[in-house]
Design a protein around this ligand. Structure first.
Ligand code: SF4
Length: 473
């Protein structure tokens, strides 16, 4: 149960079949991406270029009520989005997606997962050109770049290519032009993006679990730097001639993605089980049961149990029925954690328990989990973590954790063990990370564990003056 925030989730659907209820298809597909963002959700639909949309704060049922979906009507193209916050910028209504804009060529909608590392430079440049912003998010910067490029280009594809050539960072983008659906993945392939079909509709999505959950067909991952365009003539791919360096986010396997997704050829479920098996080899301990912290620790716990021969048992129960209020950082985190997780006394009372979690970021959640298990009667609690110590902030996701908050920066493993109150603590080694996703032919980003950032992050100021301007209004 990582203390990192999730990502965002994007989806785009294109159909030529008037019988398809595209809003309903987008709405249902979005549920498969709810784990990537629980702060807000939105859907935009294009009917021959006329865009209607609705977006709001909250999880999908709260943000997208039936009454608003009915108002959207039907169309040929739709974008869906689930949102977490972007960096230190607060989420308010203006920062929700899809972003819908009017410009010289009509209407355009955008969805994004990721983070632009040259946000401040681009925004300063646009401000010098008298740009007027409604939000403080990355998406609006990209919208401006596309609109500016489109004045001189013959097609929307060229404008999108010109705009993304100015971006640095990690991104998976969806664009809805009047008659085209476009998906773009960043040149290093840091963020995932794939496409497939649901019935007769073409779909671009953050994760392949969308296709399984909708009875659709996964076709393939969109490649690093690739732009995919879907229109009435079919699917068109625009790839870069040369990709210098790739850096897929290893944390997608550890935490961000759903276990039933296959990302860049690697099953997330299998990758987590491998982490558990390697943990059992690297940090064996005698115990009566192995349990996992829901959701992401479960598969690794199963892997640990398979490798060690120690029985797997459910030790912790997660409350699945919590909504937006529980993502509010201002709420008392002690209460939040109590409401989110509970120990299963029958299974842990009097036992030596190995508990597996995906990561330790600040340490408070782990301390709470150990305490819960002890209160439920566990005789010993041995914590194992399916990733290495988290030592550097991520500038390529929506998380806003700063270095000083990371417990592994200021504490040794022994000190962290003492802080969380466990009998022993073991992390997966950095050297094991490649093994988690060995079939992925892309190089991996492991910067949050090693500090080896694949991109220059010097422009990524944690002091966000544009957010302050909005907050101070
Ligand atoms: S720094 Fe960590 S979380 Fe961020 S992209 Fe790299 S591996 Fe993923």
């Amino acid at each position: 149960m990582s203390e990192l925030r999730d990502e965002c989730g994007v989806i785009g659907i294109y159909t030529t079949d008037p019988a398809v209820d595209i809003v309903e298809e987008t709405y249902l597909s979005l549920y498969a991406l709810q784990h990537r963002g629980q702060v807000g959700a939105g859907i935009a639909v294009s009917n021959d270029g006329a865009i209607t949309y609705h977006k709001d704060l909250g999880m999908i049922p709260e943000a997208l009520p039936e009454s608003e979906l009915a108002r959207l009507g039907n169309g040929q193209i739709a974008l869906g989005h689930v949102k977490y916050s972007s960096g230190n910028r607060p989420v308010d209504h203006e920062n929700l997606a899809p972003l819908v804009m009017r410009y010289i060529k009509g209407q355009l909608a955008l969805g994004m997962n990721g983070s632009i590392t040259n946000y401040h430079t681009l925004r300063d440049e646009l401000n010098q050109g008298a740009a007027i912003f409604q939000s403080n998010g990355d998406t609006e910067i990209i919208a401006y770049l596309v609109a500016r490029a489109r004045i001189k280009t013959a097609t929307i594809e060229e404008a999108v290519q010109q705009a993304v050539s100015q971006l640095k960072g990690a991104y998976a983008l969806t664009f809805m032009a009047p008659h085209k659906l476009i998906g773009v993945r960043d040149p290093m392939g840091i963020r995932p993006l794939c496409y497939g079909k649901i019935g007769s509709s073409y779909v671009i999505a953050s994760e392949s679990c969308v296709f399984d959950s909708m009875g659709g067909e996964f076709i393939r991952d969109i490649e690093p730097g690739e732009m995919l365009v879907i229109d009435s003539e079919g699917v068109h791919s625009y790839k870069k001639d040369h990709i210098e360096k790739t850096a897929f986010c290893i944390f997608e396997y550890i935490f961000f993605s759903r276990p039933d997704s296959v990302v860049d050829g690697v099953s997330v479920n299998l990758s987590r089980q491998r982490a558990g098996r390697m943990l059992a080899q690297q940090h064996p301990v005698e115990a009566d049961i192995v349990c996992g912290v829901p959701d992401c620790g479960i598969e690794s716990a199963i892997g640990y149990a398979m490798e060690s021969g120690i029985p797997y048992a459910t030790g912790l129960i997660k409350n699945k029925y919590i909504g937006r209020a529980f993502n509010d950082r201002k709420r008392n985190s002690e209460y939040l954690m109590r409401i989110k997780l509970n120990a299963l006394k029958n299974n842990v009372n009097g036992k030596r328990v190995i508990v597996i979690d995906d990561s330790i970021v600040k340490g408070k959640t782990s301390r709470h989990i150990v305490n819960l298990l002890r209160q439920a009667g566990a005789k010993e609690v041995h914590m194992r973590i399916a990733s290495p110590p988290f030592k550097c902030p991520c500038y390529f996701t929506s998380d806003s954790t700063v270095k000083e908050e990371l417990i592994a920066v200021t504490h040794s493993v022994e000190e962290i063990c003492s802080y969380i109150g466990a009998d022993s603590l073991g992390f997966l080694s950095v050297e094991s990370l490649r093994e988690l996703a060995k079939e992925n032919r892309l190089d991996l980003c492991d910067a949050c564990f090693t500090g080896n950032y694949p991109l220059d992050v010097s422009d990524t100021s944690r002091e966000d003056k544009y957010s302050k301007q909005i907050e101070n209004k």
